[in-house]
Every structure is written in structure tokens, then in C-alpha cells.
Design a protein around this ligand. Structure first.
Ligand SMILES: Cc1cc2nc3c(=O)[nH]c(=O)nc-3n(C[C@H](O)[C@H](O)[C@H](O)COP(=O)(O)OP(=O)(O)OC[C@H]3O[C@@H](n4cnc5c(N)ncnc54)[C@H](O)[C@@H]3O)c2cc1C
Length: 327
């Protein structure tokens, strides 16, 4: 094994996924300790644009695997491609973003390369000649420390919005690897990828999020109460799992342990109790505002500002004030 760290630079529409960019930050810190290099691998039909963007992140080398067969994400083909990059580089550590793609890919790759895997990690340290990571356990109620065996490639998926994306760097070397599909790779074919959530901003990419909970009571109330405030603030709309399970919002907007992790500048929680699983996804927000009739709700303990009133009165009034400020 080399002392290198390989980062899977997940891309969508010729752009690196923010979570994959963020995974480069701990990779750079680890490389200083292992004495190896940070190498990024891009997989897709076209990889040039992403590879150029990666050059500004301080990686030492960029491996590209381009092929028309890799146009859409496919578990089997992408696994084969990533495994070929690992076998070529023989790195000590492989990092992926804990996105839906990373969560799908990491265990399959780990099995193929007989590696050790830890998912959804929030801290990575080089200790006693091996990787040690911190990850949430028991639905986020506790954290566990996982030490990897030193004789196997250590694979970790890194929780999005845990690290800041790195900047600075240029002149990474490039290498392109051929793609050849393995036996059985075509058992499943992805024909089309349809983006859900419409034109509204994704919660993982927004500076401001207005989130609603079960207390919204209906999809219409989200449309009439939450969306206007989000629009006025140029914010994304988020939701608790209870609201998503009730069908008020798609699960693509769910914030929390089993939803998305967010760290916006401002998080406005409207009628959300702040269950531990919800807090796990948003407590890193810079400023938290809780609009909740219950002054004892757990969200109040993490909130910077609390408005202890009925959201159906507060949110429309707030929307009007924001509109006045913009006028
Ligand atoms: C394994 C597991 C994973 C989970 N993952 C997630 C996750 O990823 N994300 C997540 O959100 N949850 C998750 N949950 C569910 C979580 O435990 C809670 O059940 C859920 O977050 C509650 O959603 P809520 O806050 O919308 O609803 P509730 O807990 O019912 O809270 C509603 C809140 O609204 C307030 N309220 C009511 N009416 C008004 C009003 N008119 N004005 C203002 N305030 C009002 C109430 O005081 C209350 O605090 C998970 C649970 C499990 C077991």
C-alpha cells in the first residue's frame, strides 16, 4: 500500500458535488501525516470540466475515467471504475462524500477491494499508523470511535457539511484510466435521472433555510406559509421527517440524521420540536431561529432566537416585513 489518499470526486452535470469537495479538506490534513499525496478520481462520460475545477483544490493528482457507459450513475459500473482506480493507485485511505451516491458505492467498493469501511464520519485522525474516525451511532445519540486495521485499505464516507471546502492549489498531474465493464455490470442500467424538488434550492446548498414540521398540517400550508418566506429570503425549504413522512414535502427536503446535513448561515425552524435526529442534521447552522409555541421544546435549547408564538401568525408577518425591507 502507498501512503496516498484517494478521494472520489463525485460529479453531477460537470460540477463536483460540494460534499466531495469538502472531503478533500480532511484528505489534505491526513496526507501531511501519512506523508502521501491526495489523489482525486473523477468518473463520468465527460470529466474535463470537473478535473479542471479539482486542480484548484490542492490535490496532487487527478485520475479521470471517462466513458459513454458512465454517463449516468450506475452502482455496478461506477463500482468497477472506482475499484480500478484503487487497484492502480493502491492507496492507504479512500474517502467518498456520504451522499446518496457515496452511501451506495462505498460498501460495494469495500467488499471488492477487501477494505475496511466506516460510513458517515465526522472526524478523521491519523493515529498509531492507522486511520481513526468518529461517527454517529444509535441514531445520533452518541458518537463512536472507529480504528481501522493497518493492513487493509481504509474506506470512509464523510458526512456532508462537516468540513469546509479547501481552496488553493494548481498544477496537479493527470492520468486517465480506461474503463472496461466487468461481468454482470450491465444487470442494471440507469436510463434517466430525474431531479426532484423542482426549481427550489437544495437545502445542502442554501445560505438560508426555512424549515417546517408536522405542525404545518398540510402541503398547502407549506405552500402558503413556508414557501413565501423562503422566497422572500431567497432561501431553501426544509422539513422535518414527520412532515415528509406525512407527505407535506418530498424526502429530498428532509433535514436530519436520515435526511440531509446542513450548515446554513440562518436556519429558521417553524413548528419543529427539535428531536435529536433533526438536530443531528442542522445544529451546525450559524444562527438558529425557533418559532414554536412550546417554550420547553428541545429546539429552543439550541436556538439563538426563539419566537414562542403560533407560526401561522408569525411566519406571514415575518414574510411581510422581509418584503418591506427588500422594497
Ligand atoms: C431512526 C430515526 C431517524 C430519524 N431521522 C430524522 C430526520 O432525519 N429528521 C427529522 O426531522 N426527524 C427524524 N426522525 C424523527 C424524529 O424523531 C421526530 O419524530 C421528528 O423530527 C418530529 O418532527 P416535528 O418536529 O415536525 O414534529 P413534532 O415532534 O410533532 O413537533 C411539532 C412541534 O411543533 C410545535 N407546534 C405545534 N403547533 C405549532 C404552531 N401552530 N406554531 C408553532 N409551533 C407549533 C410543537 O410545540 C412541537 O414542538 C427520526 C427518527 C428515527 C427513529
Amino acid at each position: 500500500m502507498t501512503n496516498d489518499i484517494l478521494v472520489f470526486a463525485e460529479q453531477r452535470d460537470d460540477k463536483i458535488h460540494p460534499g466531495a469537495l469538502q472531503a478533500i479538506a480532511p484528505a489534505r490534513e491526513l496526507a501531511e501525516k501519512t506523508g502521501g499525496a491526495v489523489v482525486a478520481v473523477v468518473i463520468g462520460e465527460a470529466t474535463d470540466a470537473t478535473a479542471s475545477a479539482l486542480d484548484a483544490t490542492g490535490v496532487s493528482k487527478i485520475i479521470t475515467i471517462s466513458d459513454p457507459a458512465l454517463k449516468h450513475y450506475s452502482t455496478t459500473r461506477y463500482r468497477t471504475a472506482l475499484v480500478s482506480a484503487i487497484e492502480t493507485l493502491n492507496p492507504r485511505i479512500v474517502l467518498l462524500a456520504a451522499t446518496f451516491m457515496g452511501r451506495d458505492l462505498a460498501p460495494r467498493v469495500a467488499v471488492r477491494v477487501k477494505g475496511a469501511l466506516a460510513t458517515d464520519v465526522t472526524e478523521l485522525h491519523w493515529k498509531d499508523g492507522t486511520l481513526e474516525v468518529r461517527r454517529p451511532i444509535y441514531n445520533g445519540k452518541a458518537f463512536g470511535l472507529v480504528q481501522f486495521p493497518s493492513d487493509r485499505v481504509a474506506i470512509a464516507s464523510v458526512r456532508a457539511n462537516t468540513f469546509a471546502a479547501p481552496s488553493g492549489g494548481s498544477g496537479a498531474t493527470r492520468e486517465s484510466l480506461p474503463f472496461s465493464a466487468g461481468a454482470g455490470d450491465d444487470r442494471v442500467t440507469t436510463k434517466e435521472i430525474v431531479r426532484t424538488g423542482g426549481a427550489v434550492k437544495d437545502v445542502t446548498e442554501a445560505d438560508i433555510i426555512v424549515s417546517g414540521g408536522r405542525s404545518l398540517k398540510s402541503e398547502e400550508n407549506f405552500e402558503n406559509v413556508i414557501f413565501p418566506l423562503a422566497q422572500a429570503l431567497d432561501a431553501a425549504v426544509g422539513a422535518s421527517r414527520a412532515a415528509c413522512d406525512a407527505g407535506y414535502q418530498p424526502h429530498s427536503r428532509q433535514v436530519g440524521l436520515t435526511g440531509k446535513t446542513v450548515t446554513p448561515k440562518l436556519y429558521i425552524a417553524c413548528g419543529i420540536s427539535g428531536a435529536i435526529q433533526h438536530l443531528a442534521g442542522m445544529r451546525g447552522s450559524k444562527v438558529i431561529v425557533a418559532i414554536n409555541t412550546d417554550k420547553e421544546a428541545p429546539i429552543v435549547k439550541v436556538a439563538d432566537y426563539t419566537v414562542p408564538h403560533d407560526l401561522f401568525q408569525v411566519v406571514p408577518a415575518l414574510t411581510e416585513e422581509v418584503k418591506k425591507l427588500h422594497a
